[in-house]
Ligand binder design. Structure first.
Ligand SMILES: C[S@@+](CC[C@H](N)C(=O)[O-])C[C@H]1O[C@@H](n2cnc3c(N)ncnc32)[C@H](O)[C@@H]1O
Length: 243
């Protein structure tokens, strides 16, 4: 399928997903982020293909975030789509910090497509996460530079890369250049094996730029099997040095 028809398919799916969720009683979902995230998974499983971060991979990321010390406060997500993983990050932060999460606990998620921005914001609101999960429209790098310039993001506990793969490495390096990582920060990336992000993978496996003063990573590929017989990797890179 060419990229224009793929975009058309995903636009149609997004409209169907909106109908699927909002035709159900609101109290199935209100203030219940996991119920919304699970319903998106269920829609994807029963109604057709969606480019969402699958549950088996999310379980890997959740274990990393739950074990992280100090506890995560700020998550950056590159690629919102319909908001499934953004809602899951909000749910995980709520599980860690409690129902009334502190004001300095935030997910910033970046998305180019206005239709996806609108749908994800509506689903985030339904889940009761509107004060925690913020969707920023436009190229991720521009939004991140602005967040930093405005003093809204000064440190990042996890950066999740799930947008177009050619942006993974430049956007990871932008996070580094803005000096947002701390010791123990996580860079988690989907699709490094397929469609593939070879330059990103080579970089994190090599431990980073490899020059004095640069961020250093230890990186591990976790094989998951969301679709039986089709192993798929999630790459988890931990910051082990910042100077
Ligand atoms: C694989 S989907 C994200 C899936 C989402 N993380 C989830 O699991 O629910 C990728 C999304 O990234 C968006 N995207 C691609 N390049 C981008 C960029 N440079 N800045 C912002 N969004 C981008 C696309 O429009 C698309 O909706």
């Amino acid at each position: 399928m060419d990229s224009a028809s793929l975009a058309e398919t995903f636009a149609k799916r997004a409209t169907q997903l909106r109908e699927y969720i909002f035709s159900q009683p609101a109290n199935n979902f209100e203030n219940n982020p996991w119920a919304v995230a699970n319903a998106i998974d269920e829609f994807a499983e029963t109604q057709g293909r969606m480019m969402i971060f699958k549950k088996a991979k999310l379980d890997v990321a959740q274990a990393q975030l739950t074990a992280q010390q100090p506890a995560p406060h700020t998550i950056l997500e590159f690629g919102t789509f319909v908001g499934k993983s953004a809602i899951a990050w909000g749910a995980i932060l709520r599980d860690i910090h409690g129902q009334n999460v502190p004001k300095d606990v935030n997910v910033y998620t970046f998305e180019l497509d206005p239709q996806m921005v609108s749908l994800s914001r509506d689903l985030i609101k339904l889940a009761g996460l509107q004060d925690v999960v913020h969707v920023l429209e436009g190229p991720a790098s521009d939004s991140l530079k602005k967040l930093h310039a405005d003093g809204k993001v000064t440190s990042v506990d996890m950066a999740f890369f799930d947008h177009w793969e050619e942006f993974y490495l430049p956007d990871l390096q932008l996070v580094e250049d803005l000096k947002l990582f701390r010791l123990g920060s996580l860079a988690i990336a989907d699709n490094t094996d397929f469609p593939g992000a070879p330059d990103y993978l080579k970089y994190v496996k090599a431990g980073g730029r490899g020059v004095a003063g640069s961020v250093k990573y230890e990186s591990q590929s976790f094989a998951t099997e969301s679709v039986p017989g089709k192993p798929s990797i999630v790459e988890v890179s931990t910051v082990v040095a910042v100077e």
